[in-house]
Write a protein that binds this ligand. Structure first.
Ligand SMILES: [Cu+2]
Length: 157
């Protein structure tokens, strides 16, 4: 009886950054960068591991904080960093971990309804072709956290 109560209390405490499993997809390390006032877009980062035996694809997502949820890829074009939406879905091969990080793949919250504030986590849903929908929480870190070589400013958003 007493033990059951303790378990119930432990389960009620939110644990940030715990790996989330949906089907063969394991999601961890979700975080987003705080945005300045008036920003239209915000970036989110995470790790996705395919623990299964067949490939899956991240095909989209949604979050209440923004009009659109997009998966973007950054690449160097000469000395200029460019980013573009991954429109066909991002494949995660069996046994592979895809890390979203500043300067590489990232989630883009487009059309922010309010700035992303440090310490105020945001809820989002990832959509996989096979694993389906996965609810995740992005911890919001300071604006300067692990800053990428190029900002999102002036990249046509
Ligand atoms: Cu982007």
């Amino acid at each position: 009886m007493f033990r059951a109560l303790l378990v119930a209390i432990a389960l009620a405490v939110p644990l940030p950054a715990v790996a989330q499993q949906a089907g063969d997809m394991q999601i961890s390390g979700t975080w987003a960068r705080a945005t300045p006032k008036g920003a239209q877009v915000g970036g989110g980062y995470l790790k996705i591991t395919n623990t299964g035996k067949t490939p899956d694809r991240l095909i989209g997502g949604a979050s209440a904080v923004a009009d659109k949820f997009e998966v973007h890829e950054m690449s160097m074009n000469g000395s200029v960093m460019k980013m573009r939406p991954v429109t066909t879905g991002l494949e995660i091969k069996p046994g592979e971990t895809v890390e979203f990080k500043p300067g590489g793949y990232h989630v883009m919250f487009v059309g922010l309804k309010e700035p992303l504030a440090e310490g105020k986590p945001i809820s989002a849903t990832l959509i996989f072709e096979k694993a389906g929908k996965v609810d995740v929480t992005f911890d919001v870190r300071g604006i300067g956290a692990q800053s990428a070589p190029a900002s999102h400013g002036g990249m046509g958003h």
